[in-house]
Design a binder for this molecule. Structure first.
Ligand SMILES: [Zn+2]
Ligand SMILES: [Zn+2]
Length: 382
């Protein structure tokens, strides 16, 4: 294992740095190396972890003192990793109002606790509130709907705050009582070597209070599932695989925690005749070999249902593509549209009537072909 870097070096501060300086330094690094901003960047993730670990120690007065005195030895956690994260409330303090940069899901996956932002202080004491979970909802749009927008009704079942107990989880008329195990602090401490590690109380799971008389409606959860309809306005030009986050439309939180989000994943069904290529749509139109040779006017449907005339000039080769300007997909949230590409496919007849055969033989005799054709240069390949 590589030698651990000095925590002060990691945060780029000197040993006399104030609490505020430490916070500032960490914030800056956390924003810089945030994994969401550095997708698939292992180094950034390592830097982020390193900075967080350093902050975890230096941001805590007691642990900082131990570190100053004994170095890394003094603050090594027996459990390893970030399990012994000392005080979630300090994170709330640090990242409160910061949740757009640091989603709580992120912290959940990163450190194993997601309720950091849900914590509030009530009456000077920490009350454990839990943010509601997110709900995923998949919608399937036709190409036309994706192109021109659609109002979609989302029907879902989600957790709503329980009416009978106002979300407290305690039977109406009763209220939660102070937890015996932690005496209401929400934390239990154990001594390891010469210092003390605090961890979340297992009995009240950090709330400091336990409900003795559960609300019969929600069985103490504080929330009950209810059916909801939500109208979603899908913008014209949306793409397959787009993920829309409807803030606060997920499950209700408990004990006053904020709501989760509704995550809408947009899928676009394949169209029978139009292939989407970004903002353009491609279609293929067959014409007979005679039409291709002599030229023809054809009418082609567009995505919005119009018919548009295209002049196929004499001698058009199979595979030639015509561009119908601005008949494609509107740009998302901005002015403009893609094009429709019309690819001409020349059909060679297979079953000829004897009359056709005769005529074609006549034509062939007119045109002196050769049975040893010259090979085409590569630059002429279609
Ligand atoms: Zn209830
Ligand atoms: Zn407790």
């Amino acid at each position: 294992m590589a030698a651990k870097r000095d925590y002060y070096d990691v945060l780029g501060i000197d040993r006399s740095a104030s609490e505020e300086d430490i916070k500032k330094a960490y914030r800056k690094l956390a924003v810089k190396f945030h994994p969401d901003k550095n997708p698939d960047n292992k180094q950034a993730e390592e830097n982020f972890k390193e900075a967080t670990e350093a902050y975890e120690v230096l941001g805590d007065e007691q642990r900082r003192r131990l570190y100053d005195q004994f170095g890394h030895e003094g603050v090594a956690s027996g459990a390893g990793g970030f399990q012994g994260f000392r005080s979630a409330a300090d994170f709330e303090d640090l990242f409160g109002g910061f949740s757009d940069v640091f989603g709580s899901e992120f912290f959940e996956s990163f450190f194993g606790f997601g309720d950091i932002f849900g914590r509030t202080r009530t009456g000077g004491r920490r009350e454990r509130v839990i943010r509601g979970s997110d709900i995923r909802y998949d919608i399937n749009l036709t190409l036309e709907e994706a192109a021109f927008g659609k109002k979609v009704e989302l029907k879902l079942e989600r957790e709503e705050s329980c009416n009978d107990c106002s979300g407290t989880g305690a039977r109406a008329g009763s209220s939660p009582v102070t937890c015996d195990q932690c005496g209401g602090t929400g934390q239990v401490t154990r001594t390891q070597g010469f210092f003390t590690i605090a961890s979340t109380c297992p009995t009240c799971r950090g709330s400091g209070r336990v409900i003795k008389d559960l609300c019969p409606t929600c069985r103490g959860n504080g929330t009950t599932p209810k059916s909801r309809k939500i109208m979603l306005d899908v913008d014209p030009g949306i793409e397959d695989g787009t993920v829309l986050r409807l803030r606060g439309e997920g499950n209700a939180g408990t004990k006053g925690g904020r709501r989760g989000d509704l995550i809408v994943v947009v899928h676009q069904k394949q169209h029978r005749t139009f292939l989407r290529q970004g903002k353009d749509v491609l279609c293929e139109v067959p014409v007979s070999v005679y039409q291709a040779i002599l030229g023809v006017d054809i009418k082609v449907p567009t995505l919005d249902g119009k018919m548009v005339k295209i002049n196929i000039p004499p001698g058009t080769q199979s595979g030639r593509t015509f561009r119908l300007k601005k008949e494609g997909i509107p740009y998302l949230k901005r002015w403009g549209k893609g094009d429709q590409l019309v690819k001409i496919i020349v059909r060679i007849p297979k079953n000829l009537s004897s009359g056709e055969k005769k005529l074609l033989q006549q034509i062939r005799n007119e045109v002196q072909g050769t049975d040893t054709p010259e090979l085409l240069p590569v630059s002429k390949f279609e």
